[in-house]
Design a protein around this ligand. Structure first.
Ligand SMILES: [Zn+2]
Length: 241
């Protein structure tokens, strides 16, 4: 049975001698297809399965097990603006990893498109990363709360921003000393970053970096996800400072 998919290549894994298993993010979710012979230099489908390519795929669907095998791929567009930017490559790599984990319909596709659009517009990779990490936290039910004390719901006398506890803590609920007002403000701004308000964010490097590290730590400890591209990305961000 023939089917057609259009979407972004999130990832491809070598399989046997010259095949790849390709994850494609379509508007209604992620599909995995086997692309035979795309590692051969003569393959006519090779360009359509490059990472982050937006392509149209004609596939054969097995009636027996539902497996999809690529018959013809056509590259529609490739986001070449990421090519000379290590930070963008690191971020889109991590975004792809995360969206494969979330694997939901509709929303993920828009998230990927938005992240690429902000890169094309030249925005700071750290804020694009934070927009994605905030999205990831929300999707996993671990959104950080900087509107009220996460323990009692009070809005007065906020003294701490705790990643471990999930956001703001008031004086009554916090026994760990207090953070500086400026830090509390910056954490609030960063916890609200998304792909639509990136243009308004301007927080100093140290707090931005602390926020990124803090979010990674809760993604690991609370959600149990370890991003493969995390260390590479953190190194690039520090070096490009
Ligand atoms: Zn409280």
């Amino acid at each position: 049975m023939k089917e057609k998919y259009v979407g972004y290549v999130l990832n491809s894994i070598d399989y046997k001698d010259s095949d790849s298993l390709v994850s494609v993010l379509c508007e209604d979710g992620v599909v995995c297809l086997r692309a035979r012979g795309v590692k051969k230099p003569t393959s006519k489908n090779a360009s359509s399965v490059m990472n982050y390519a937006y392509s149209e795929f004609e596939v054969n669907k097995s009636l027996k097990n539902g497996f999809l095998t690529l018959s013809e791929g056509r590259l529609i567009k490739y986001p070449s603006f990421i090519n000379n930017n290590l930070e963008y490559i690191g971020v889109i790599n991590l975004v792809s990893e995360g969206l494969e984990i979330i694997n939901d319909k509709g929303d993920s596709f828009k998230c990927f498109v938005d992240c690429l659009a902000r890169m094309q517009e030249g925005y700071d990779s750290k804020y694009i990363l934070i927009a994605f990490l905030n999205y990831f936290l929300r999707k996993q039910g671990c959104e950080l709360n900087s509107d009220e004390c996460v323990s009692c719901g009070g809005k007065e006398r906020i003294v701490k921003f705790s990643f471990e506890d999930g956001g703001y803590l008031c004086r009554h609920c916090c026994s760990l000393g207090s953070d500086e007002v400026n830090y509390l403000h910056n954490m609030r701004v960063l916890s609200k970053v998304n792909c639509d308000n990136i243009n308004k964010v301007n927080i100093d490097f140290n707090d931005t970096y602390l926020y990124i590290k803090g979010v990674f730590s809760i993604i690991e400890s609370k959600i149990g996800v370890y991003f493969k591209s995390k260390n590479f990305l953190l190194r690039v961000i520090r070096e490009e400072k």
